[in-house]
Design a protein around this ligand. Structure first.
Ligand code: SF4
Length: 377
């Protein structure tokens, strides 16, 4: 290599599947069983670096470390809500920061049923007006290792309190649009699904999209077991153009066509998220939503938004939300009113942001770290 040629950047071990790791280990002259041991250290035991892989010799580690980097996102801040929700601010290798939210963690369980909400991008390009992440803009996509790394870092942290801590459910609803980082998202899913690693069932994973039509169809083709949630928020293009600007690219007619196609191909029900403000929780919108979803296996989550500082939006009254729900249920839809968690630590619905864009009072109405404590019609 000439002096002017840069050495290839080390590959992040947290973003490698077992077969990819095996290929690299073989190339380095290691026996295949070494790669299985290593994968277990990285993915199952959530090891934080080479020093922890006790059964790999120092010489082998040194050989592997030439081409492989191993480090977890660094926790800069951890905030715990009064309801137990935890929000982690992580720093990545290049200094960028992301947030990850842990919900429903119960210490008294030997095997936790915790749900982890993962980010997929640093920021987001979609610019939904009330979303703190969107307001900060898009900076870059996360790599597969940075996506799995959030789970591994949270697991390593929580196992200091409870050795049997395990994430049971994953929601890809944190910062960013997963379908605009599709390859990394799918790679992270494959790794976290691996029985020799975290072994999180695909049916225990849900991905939320603002409505990226090609992504919905690709999910149906490549990962049909993963649950799909669509941030609908409005039943008319006029209102959705404002609340979800991506609607101008994929208007409701195209979005619903893709949803019908998804159902046809997968046989799965779709969750539709409806953040409600005093302005959007109207009879007109409820009727429009019911018409859009007619005949589709669908579940609607209603999320009354929090008071939005710096925005004209207002939280709807309980009576208005109840009327909205009634209009939908009367038309045969399954409806849940979601109880938000973690709002006091800005871990709720769309409140995630980078550290540099923090604490300006913006709250959000879209992507949804949520509770399983819901009231259901
Ligand atoms: S709500 Fe979701 S899609 Fe919209 S800007 Fe925020 S992170 Fe992006």
């Amino acid at each position: 290599m000439s002096e002017r040629e840069a050495a290839p950047a080390p590959v992040d071990i947290c973003g490698l599947s077992l077969s990819e790791l095996t290929a690299l280990c073989t190339e380095a002259g290691l026996a295949p069983y070494r790669s299985r041991q290593l994968f277990e250290w990285v993915q199952r035991r959530a090891g934080a670096g080479w020093a922890e892989a006790g059964n790999i010799s120092g010489a082998d580690k040194a050989r592997l470390a030439e081409g492989l980097s191993w480090g977890l996102p660094v926790p800069l801040e951890e905030r715990v809500s009064a309801d137990g929700t935890r929000k982690f601010l992580f720093q990545l290798a290049d200094g960028e920061t992301i947030e990850t939210v842990l919900l429903d963690y119960r210490k008294d369980r030997s095997r936790s049923h915790a749900t982890l909400c993962l980010s997929v991008q640093v920021g987001c390009a979609l610019g939904c007006p009330f979303c703190a992440t969107g307001r900060a803009g898009w900076r870059r996509n996360l790599s597969p290792g940075e996506i799995t790394g959030q789970l591994l870092a949270v697991t390593a942290r929580m196992r200091r309190e409870n050795a049997s801590f395990h994430v049971g459910n994953l929601v890809f609803m944190g910062m960013g649009e997963p379908f605009y980082n599709m390859n990394a998202f799918l790679q992270a899913v494959r790794i976290l699904n691996d029985a020799r690693g975290q072994n999180i069932g695909a049916r225990r994973m849900t991905v939320s999209t603002a409505g990226v039509v090609p992504g919905i169809l690709r999910l149906a083709a490549e990962a049909p077991q993963i649950g799909l949630a669509v941030s609908l928020h409005a039943g008319t293009d006029e209102l959705r153009d404002v609340l979800v600007p991506l609607n101008r690219r994929y208007p409701l007619a195209r979005l619903m066509e893709a949803c019908r196609e998804y159902v046809l191909r997968t046989g799965r029900r779709i969750t539709f998220e409806m953040a409600l403000t005093e302005e959007s929780a109207t009879e007109t919108q409820a009727r429009a939503v019911a018409a859009l979803l007619r005949g589709l296996p669908a579940h609607v989550n209603l999320i009354p938004v929090n008071i939005v500082a710096g925005s004209a939006a207002r939280r709807p009254t309980g009576a208005r939300v109840a009327a909205f729900r009634r209009l939908l249920t009367e038309r045969g839809l399954a409806v849940t009113i979601r109880e938000e968690r973690g709002a006091d630590i800005e871990a709720a619905c769309g409140q995630l942001r980078q550290s540099g864009a923090k604490r300006k009072g913006a709250e959000a109405i879209c992507h949804l770290p949520s509770s399983d404590k819901t009231s259901q019609e």
